[in-house]
Design a binder for this molecule. Sequence first.
Ligand SMILES: [Zn+2]
Length: 399
Amino acid sequence: MGPPNKPHSQVTVSDLINPATRDWDVSKIKLILPFYEEKILCFKPSLTGAPDKQVWLATKSGDYTTKSGYYTAVTRVETRQDIPTDNGFKWRSNVWNMQCAPKVKLFSWKLLKGAIPVGERLVQRRVPADPRCKRCGCSESILHLFFQCGFAQRVWHLAPLNTDMDFRGIIDLMSSWETLCSLKCLPPAGIISGSLTPWLFWSIWKARNKFVFEGHSASPEETLSGAIVLAREWNTEVKKEPLTGIRQLSAPVLTHPEATVIRSDAAWAPGSNIAGLGWVLLSHSGNQSFKVPLKSVASPLLAEGLALREAVRSCATLGLNYVAFESDSLNLIKAVKLEVTIAELYSVIADITSFASVFEFVSFSWISREKNVLADCLAKEALNVSDTLVVGDAFIAPN
Ligand SMILES: [Zn+2]
């Protein structure tokens, strides 16, 4: 953006929000950041004052995952240079598809890439550190720490592995990796699937850090049993996993006999970022329809969310007590029920939850598009009323 001018050098995002309406102060945006007006207005601030939240932009949920972090990093590197192929090392089968915890896979990858901050690596990277092994005083390289140091040798010697391999002879980790990971773990260690080897590396590294940073020196026996316990726990956890998925699917849908059913929908015009929001209250005494157009809406999903937010808000204003909201957007319903996290819906979901807290009974459920024709028509009508567009608190037109 370039340097700000003097009167606006201390301005923060909150200065662009009107504290009374909790929506953007358009006149201030026009004054301070005129070229970004549409971009800014596409972010919908929470109307109920939801707390700020940090989100990671490379995932839909806004939560950081090592996978997305890895792809982001790789994409950046790829645009600069070709990635060396590591002599055909099979990263997928040798590391990423290993039968062990994700944190251990990531650690193995770092280990193979030489990206573990051992003394020697730190000094090579000009970090002021002691390059010596804290246990024996030799230069602490990756090979020393994991194979050559007396401590590591003792761990490997004790490990219940079906081998008479001399681990001191390993001079290249990558070319020995497959052999190391295919070593069978002898009973009664209880490790049925997967290899004990990556857990041993993990445990040796943890023991080293505990010694270096906390002064606690675990014995080789403790280090080994730590690795076995973790591997065994992971084995049992993985076996339990499929059960939890089934429980979620069979959760019953609650209803209330007196509940008013409210169906909402949105129509969205991609080029102009204009949305039409529509919702209808179904009751025995007759239906009530609402529609409202809205500017600066960045996506159809956000439009669906804003339609539901308006529906919930209007029902709260009408003083209804028993309400059942329905939408044909499955992602939106999942997000409201907190089954999934969607970063772009954060403020909208927070508002829906906040507005809905006044009802004695409230439910949110998904319906098919065929069932949502009334709300769909209202939303489309609202989209066509383009000459009366307003931002934020738009007009509500009961039919
Ligand atoms: Zn040593």
